[in-house]
Ligand binder design. Structure first.
Ligand SMILES: O=P(O)(O)OC[C@H]1O[C@H](O)[C@H](O)[C@@H](O)[C@@H]1O
Length: 545
């Protein structure tokens, strides 16, 4: 598919937005709220179970109208339609981008390259469900007949971050009689820690890799197999203790896993968009097939909303456009994501790959340099911990840091007054960030003059507030789909390919070259730069000693 990206900065829609930004540049959120006391109710949008209040942003209803016009002009409507139609919108890899098919209802149809993929998706889902039920029910047993008590997912990047994040997020819905671990790092400490207290007879490894060629995953899987065989002493044990999730049956077989024990997916699922495919098998075993289906329904509800809602009322599109507004017109370089739910401890890690691998690009679809800053640095940790660590910089530092606050009306556990305290902090932070505390207010409190500048809060720090009833499987699906579509929205405005990741290759290739330089007999000659040469020599000396 040929997509000619729009040079958005040259369009009248962008120019009108830039002009409008200048008119807002000197205005404080205090003034915007004073001008329009209803904005806390009007600058909001609901989609499925999510309520987005975007009123505490440096914008007005006019901004929203102009941002929506930019999205139209950039071709977002056409790109959404092309994505859902299975067209090859991943231009540089010439592939469809169909994570939305992973949650399409049975009986619907999405065709790409002449094939309806929805029946394939449901066939794999049924296999996963059957397997998950057998493991959870104790029917699938280990080689020596013992019940499986531990599930270890081995994968990295998209084959790790999604299932790990979702497992943590939905921990309260998991089978607590089982243990779930996620191994990703090629640092041997990861697999060592994950297995050191497990019984091989009760352990199931799920080797998850789209390509089944990833160095880290294959190294960890080999180590896991050695560990299993050392414990059980019989090569045929692999069949009961190893399953694979991949698109590459040949490599799975080569590794020694029977393709009958493989759960497939397809090249039209990007790694970072894949945890609702078979890559989520460990998650499904943890939470059960019904909860997994609920999660898919959540994804689907947001897909439908994103596909059909006008951009001015489109929650993921608005989040994307508000991001563009800050990164490209106000000079913000980062995006904080601050969930006030302890179980979302891995959410920012997951979003880092989703957003930064997708939109960390500097050329357009046609290979020209982009004309605007692209993807922000995404980071965050669950509240309230960050309040006692880095929020100081958001409140009183010199950088503009747009932040998404994510909170839930109902707690997982009714523990004393904890939830009220958590949510009081949640509401207080966005209020403090927006409105701050003026010099006059500080002085009126009788603060000593020398301290006044230090205790004055400028405010005007923008935030989105996302509120949902509770962090259920369904709501998690809604949240993740929101961020997936936020990424597409921004990528379309920037005219980039949000679905390739060529930038990961160089480091991988160099590492492959360096491995024999560290390990080969006779210390082969080094031909790197002087820094890399010296560092490798230092390592070799330590290794030899
Ligand atoms: O699932 P795999 O093929 O093992 O890939 C795992 C990860 O590695 C690569 O380096 C990519 O940058 C990621 O997008 C991918 O998720």
């Amino acid at each position: 598919m040929t997509i000619t990206p729009v040079r958005i900065t040259e369009t009248p829609e962008w120019k009108a937005l830039a002009e409008h930004q200048r008119s807002l540049a000197g205005r404080h959120l205090r003034e915007l709220f004073a001008d329009d006391p209803t904005r806390g109710e009007t600058l909001t949008v609901d989609a499925a179970d999510l309520h987005l209040d975007f009123s505490k942003n440096r914008l007005t209803a006019e901004t929203v109208r102009l941002l929506a016009a930019v999205a139209e002009r950039a071709g977002l409507r056409e790109r959404i339609d092309a994505m859902f139609a299975g067209e090859h919108i991943n231009v540089t890899e010439d592939r469809a981008v169909l994570h939305v098919a992973l949650r399409a209802p049975e009986g619907s149809s999405i065709t790409t390259d002449g094939r309806d993929v929805v029946p394939d998706v449901h066939a794999v889902l049924r296999d996963m469900e059957d397997f998950a039920r057998r493991v959870r029910g104790g029917e699938w047993r280990g080689h020596s007949g013992k019940r499986i008590r531990a599930v270890v997912n081995i994968g990295i990047g998209g084959s790790d971050l999604g299932p790990k994040m979702a497992y943590e997020a939905l921990k309260d819905h998991t089978d607590r009689s089982m243990v779930f671990r996620f191994v990703s790092n090629v640092d041997g400490s990861d697999i060592w820690e994950a297995t050191c207290d497990l019984d091989p007879a009760e352990t199931l490894f799920i080797v998850s890799s789209k390509t089944f060629t990833t160095l880290e995953t294959l190294t960890n899987a080999t180590t896991a197999r050695d560990w299993l065989l050392a414990g059980l002493g019989d090569r045929s044990a692999v069949a009961k203790h190893f399953v694979a999730v991949s698109t590459n049956a040949e490599k799975v077989r080569e590794f020694g896993i029977d393709p009958a024990n493989m759960f497939g997916f397809w090249d039209w699922v990007g790694g970072r968009y894949s945890y609702d495919s078979a890559i989520g098998l460990s998650l499904m075993i943890a939470i059960g097939p019904e909860a997994f289906r609920d999660m898919l329904a959540g994804f689907r509800a947001i897909d439908e909303h994103f596909r059909t809602a006008p951009f001015e009322r489109n929650l993921p599109a608005l989040m994307g456009l508000i991001g563009v507004w800050y990164y490209d017109l106000w000079g913000a370089g980062t995006q904080a994501v601050l969930p006030y739910d302890h179980y979302l401890s891995r959410f920012a890690d997951y979003l880092q790959q989703l957003e930064m691998e997708s939109n960390g690009k500097s050329v357009t679809l046609t290979g020209e340099p982009v004309d605007l800053p692209t993807g922000p640095v995404v980071w965050g940790t669950p509240g309230t911990n960050g309040q006692h660590a880095y929020y100081q910089l958001i409140h009183q530092g010199t950088r503009l840091i747009p932040a998404d606050f994510i909170g839930f009306l109902h707690p997982h556990h009714r523990v004393g007054t904890h939830h009220d305290l958590l949510m009081a902090n949640f509401f207080a932070q966005t209020e403090a960030l927006a409105f701050g505390r003026t010099r006059e207010e500080v002085e009126a409190e009788g603060v000593p003059a020398a301290q006044v500048p230090h205790r004055t809060f400028a405010g005007n720090h923008p935030t989105n507030t996302l509120l949902a009833p509770a962090l259920t499987p369904r709501v998690l699906g809604e949240l993740v789909a929101t961020y997936e579509h936020r990424v597409l929205t921004q990528g379309v405005v920037w005219g980039i390919d949000s679905f390739d990741q060529w930038g990961v290759e160089l480091g991988k290739a160099l590492a492959q070259r360096i491995v024999p330089e560290l390990t080969a007999e006779g210390s082969p000659e080094l031909r790197h730069d002087s820094s890399t040469n010296a560092l490798i020599r230092r390592y070799r000396a330590a290794r030899a000693g």
